[in-house]
Design a protein around this ligand. Sequence first.
Ligand SMILES: C[S@@+](CC[C@H](N)C(=O)[O-])C[C@H]1O[C@@H](n2cnc3c(N)ncnc32)[C@H](O)[C@@H]1O
Length: 324
Amino acid sequence: MENYAPLLDDTTQSALGPLWDILPEKVAHALDPAKHGDLGGWQEALARLPVVKPTRIELDTDKPIIGAEGDCPEAIRETIEGLLRKFHPWRKGPFLVHGIHIDTEWRSDLKWRRLQGHIEPLPGKNVLDVGCGNGYHCWRMLGAGAKRVVGIDPTLLNVMQFQAIKHFAGEWPVHVLPLTLEDMPEKMPAFDTVFSMGVLYHRRSPLDHLLKLRDLLQPGGELALETLVIEGGDLQVLLPEDRYARMRNVWFIPSCATLAGWLKRCGYLDIKLIDVTRTTPEEQRTTDWMRFQSLSDCLQTSDPGLTVEGLPAPRRAIFIAKNP
Ligand SMILES: C[S@@+](CC[C@H](N)C(=O)[O-])C[C@H]1O[C@@H](n2cnc3c(N)ncnc32)[C@H](O)[C@@H]1O
């Protein structure tokens, strides 16, 4: 189990105090074995990961490098690969762990490239990544110089994958907590930059999501928001009747103009749309590390501009905005 004690160093002690107060109970609740049948297997795989001293760590690169191939004998590398594969499906990445290429469903590096040059520089910043998945972007934020990165994600497999990567990387000021945004303490303006990427469309109340993100930002802090959008004008928003690209839990997909209006209504300033990109099968695909269906199985073969449900194919926008 990850040691969360380093979360509270001298500089963050008072700012993150309210989080520290609720953390033990929330973590115990999230890691209740009765709630998740696979948890025992993942914990056992984590406990069996060999201890190997990494001679090389590079985080500021598309495929973060954690340890070199020659750091351990081939037989140990095979053991490591076998154990890492127990955390299938690997959706966010890629990673290179002691020469083992974790070729994930998403080329998450492409999203990072789209936003990296537009955000406030991260050196010295306290950063929160809401819905961080397995923490791929948390490592990139650290590689970009952040002082401390806190990721939160309620999906236990993601938290376990993060812990597997951290096992090999060692102690760094990056943590992934098994929490939802709604679990976070009320009004804890502890972060200079807050990321919410790929989460808004999963929320039934997108405005509450935007307001809660603001509550966690320091005055003058920056939000980086990435979500699905549709083409269209002011006030246009898609609410799928049922599934969207085979996903069950998709609620609101606004146009960029609508989303800018939501951000404004929630009190954000300096709202900038920095990117709109249609998702391609180069960015999201089935791989050896994620053997289930992926994007191309969710689009019509005769018209890849439409999902199998006949809705506009996934297109994602990134907004940057400021907390006043
Ligand atoms: C599509 S993934 C995005 C992962 C990553 N941020 C990225 O952009 O690649 C959405 C993530 O949000 C998480 N999530 C869903 N509801 C959430 C909530 N209420 N609070 C925080 N995270 C949530 C899911 O567990 C999932 O890992």
